[in-house]
Write a protein that binds this ligand. Structure first.
Ligand SMILES: Nc1ncnc2c1ncn2[C@@H]1O[C@H](COP(=O)(O)OP(=O)(O)OP(=O)(O)O)[C@@H](O)[C@H]1O
Ligand SMILES: [Mg+2]
Length: 259
């Protein structure tokens, strides 16, 4: 290879490195000697919508929680924006990473408005008009009625709580959004509406999304890349089209055939 070609290759490599939002590098997790995640490596590029899918107990939630440091790998490393999660101030790290889970955990002593305003008000300080505008914007986007803003979490339905959780996560303008079965507790119509909204937000903001689901239809509809995780191992990581056309393992084959 000529010197020029080598330099060119290096340049390409470092440009690609810069575009990596999340890197799992030989990541394993054991609980009391039981392997939950087994030597998983893959990269998630910026502005990618990655769905993690697989059977129950396969290791999806464990992988997701390694990104914001809620779970530490037994071995291997997770990098966010090129920095090892192990070396980071987790409070600062989490400020940049939205996290929405099924039955979202809201601050119980704060009303809906205060929940959603939590992070924007840290930035806006005394500029309450700006914070209020941010709350209204996200309330509208997730389809939450403004009449609910004064309610407390225990005065909401499960689906309403879920929307508040998503609005709160997005209002923080994170560059990465982690979602663990976020639409689990809503009816089919609401679910497809939320899917559409999320996909729109993704298309408009260039945010990086990692989304855990059991639903292959949902994954095929939303994802730019799908990571199939089963028995703690990465079965396949590819575009939806590639997954359907060329399932890499029996498990992926059955998953795709079940749709
Ligand atoms: N704190 C823990 N202590 C012991 N074992 C755990 C713990 N958390 C998870 N596990 C085990 O690790 C494995 C992976 O769990 P994980 O929650 O990542 O699966 P999952 O793919 O998210 O499953 P589901 O689809 O049911 O949410 C499971 O066998 C689970 O029982
Ligand atoms: Mg899970």
């Amino acid at each position: 290879m000529s010197e020029f070609a080598v330099m060119n290759e290096l340049a390409v490599e470092s440009a690609a490195e810069k575009d990596i939002a999340i890197r799992f590098q030989h990541v394993s997790k054991e609980y009391d000697g039981n392997v939950a995640v087994n030597n998983i490596s893959f990269d998630i590029f910026r502005s990618e919508f990655v769905c993690l899918i697989g059977s129950s107990g396969g290791g999806k939630t464990t992988l997701l929680k390694m990104v914001n440091g809620l779970i530490e790998p037994t071995s291997g490393d997770v990098f966010v924006d090129g920095k090892n999660v192990r070396d980071q101030d987790l409070i600062l790290l989490r400020r940049n990473i939205g996290y929405a889970i099924q039955g979202s955990v809201l601050f119980p002593h704060m009303c809906v408005e205060e929940n959603i305003a939590y992070v924007p008000s840290l930035w806006n300080g005394d500029d309450h008009t700006r914070t209020k505008a941010a709350v209204r914007k996200w309330t509208g986007i997730v389809g939450l009625d403004e009449s609910l803003l004064d309610r407390y979490p225990d005065e909401l339905s499960g689906g309403q709580r879920q929307r508040v959780g998503i609005a709160r996560a997005l209002a923080a303008s994170p560059s990465i959004l982690l979602m663990d079965e976020p639409f689990g507790a809503v009816d089919a119509i609401t679910r497809s509406q939320l899917q559409r909204e999320l996909r729109r937000i993704f298309d408009e903001t260039g945010i990086t999304v990692v989304f855990v689901t059991h639903d292959i239809q949902e994954a095929l509809r939303l994802a730019t890349k799908i990571a199939v995780v089963d028995g703690g191992a990465l079965q396949q990581y590819s575009t939806p089209e590639e997954l359907v056309a060329h399932p890499a393992t029996d498990f992926v084959h059955r998953l795709v055939a079940s749709r």
